[in-house]
Design a binder for this molecule. Structure first.
Ligand SMILES: NC(=O)C1=CN([C@@H]2O[C@H](COP(=O)(O)OP(=O)(O)OC[C@H]3O[C@@H](n4cnc5c(N)ncnc54)[C@H](O)[C@@H]3O)[C@@H](O)[C@H]2O)C=CC1
Ligand SMILES: O=C(O)C(=O)Cc1ccc(O)cc1
Length: 311
């Protein structure tokens, strides 16, 4: 067997993403030693009970000492505080990355703290579920998914290659792009769908003429899909909205314009217009299915296994 890619991997934050990284790193032998740190003692204890790492520290600074790869997986609003905490303990030559859903704000928060000689390469696995916490992770989360890296100009290509190899070891395909572009693309394909889901489920919940039990009883699969997204972690999504504000507002403005056009077509019974819009959007779905990206949450048979186990 070949030597692990990473000698010492430090995971800061051990929720859905951090614990999935711990599991896949262990399963695929990507790291010799895994050190885990997170803010709450209770979560750290749970990570230890699950056997996710080799060492557990409440002090994030202590966790990153001598680490070759440090991955910060905390809500994006906490990335600056974490960077400030760990910066003095990072070793020269280490790679520091993150998993945050927004990139420009993470760079603004973290970059000022990164010491000379440490390779800071922001990242974002485009893989997740509506679950959170250390129990929610699974080793296959990143398999056949994209991971986007947004290295600042002048980043050492060898460090990018090492981080790319790590994500490939997790089963992902890596793409690199500019942070601003990442934030705009993700605003439409990920952030807006979640905001729309939170909104539609909230609207259904507020209706006086339709009871809550009717919403639950008659929910068609379309509405059910929205409820899954709307069950996502409130802290994480609060931070995404606050820290990708400009791109989200830009996309919301365009969305509202298009919604108004749809509303108008319905008001004026403009069947041709409605048919045109609905035909165009069908093509996008077909392309997604053809690209093999049609499973929102890859669960690799976990549902079946859980059902069989009576969970
Ligand atoms: N949930 C998802 O589907 C995806 C999430 N992401 C991003 O990954 C990051 C982590 O998300 P999840 O793992 O889902 O969240 P999570 O809620 O499951 O876990 C967050 C972890 O961060 C810790 N934490 C919170 N505040 C902290 C602080 N101030 N200092 C240190 N640790 C702190 C928590 O104790 C927990 O261990 C977020 O930035 C999120 O935007 C990226 C891709 C998918
Ligand atoms: O659960 C889903 O459908 C997701 O869309 C997961 C997700 C959430 C946030 C991200 O930054 C990336 C992926």
């Amino acid at each position: 067997m070949s030597a692990p890619l990473v000698r010492r991997l430090a995971l800061i934050g051990i929720g859905l993403i951090g614990s999935s990284l711990a599991r896949v790193a262990r399963k695929e032998g990507l790291a010799e030693k895994i050190v885990i740190s997170t803010r709450s003692a209770e979560t750290l204890r749970r990570a230890e009970e699950l056997g996710l790492g080799d060492r557990y520290c409440l002090d994030a600074g202590e966790a990153v000492e001598d680490a070759d790869l440090v991955i910060v997986s905390v809500p994006v609003g906490a990335s600056g505080a974490v960077a400030k905490w760990i910066a003095p303990s990072l070793k020269p030559g280490a790679i520091l990355t993150d998993a945050g859903s927004t990139k420009r704000s993470v760079i603004e928060q973290m970059a000022p703290h990164v010491p000379e000689g440490v390779h800071f390469i922001p990242g974002h696995p485009i893989a997740g579920t509506e679950q959170s916490g250390p129990d929610a992770g699974f080793a296959e989360l990143f398999r056949n998914r994209w991971c986007i890296l947004t290295p600042p100009e002048g980043t050492d290509p060898a460090a990018i290659a090492r981080l790319t190899a790590f994500w490939e070891g997790c089963g992902s395909t890596v793409d690199t792009m500019d942070a601003e572009h990442h934030d705009l693309v993700l605003a439409i394909v990920s952030h807006l769908p979640h905001i729309i889901a939170y909104n539609i489920v909230g609207t259904a919940d507020d209706l006086e003429a339709v009871t809550k039990s009717e919403v639950i009883k008659y929910s068609a699969s379309g509405f059910r899909d929205f409820t899954r997204l709307a069950a996502s972690d409130p802290t994480m999504w609060r931070d995404v909205c606050l820290y990708n504000k400009d791109a989200i507002l830009e996309m919301l403005a365009r969305f509202s314009e298009d919604l108004a056009a749809l509303q108008r077509a319905i008001r004026w019974s403009d069947g041709d217009k409605l048919f045109d819009i609905f035909t165009r959007t069908r093509e996008i779905r077909r392309s997604i299915v053809e690209a093999g990206q049609d499973t929102a949450v890859p669960n690799f048979g976990r549902d079946m296994a859980q059902a069989e186990a009576g969970e």
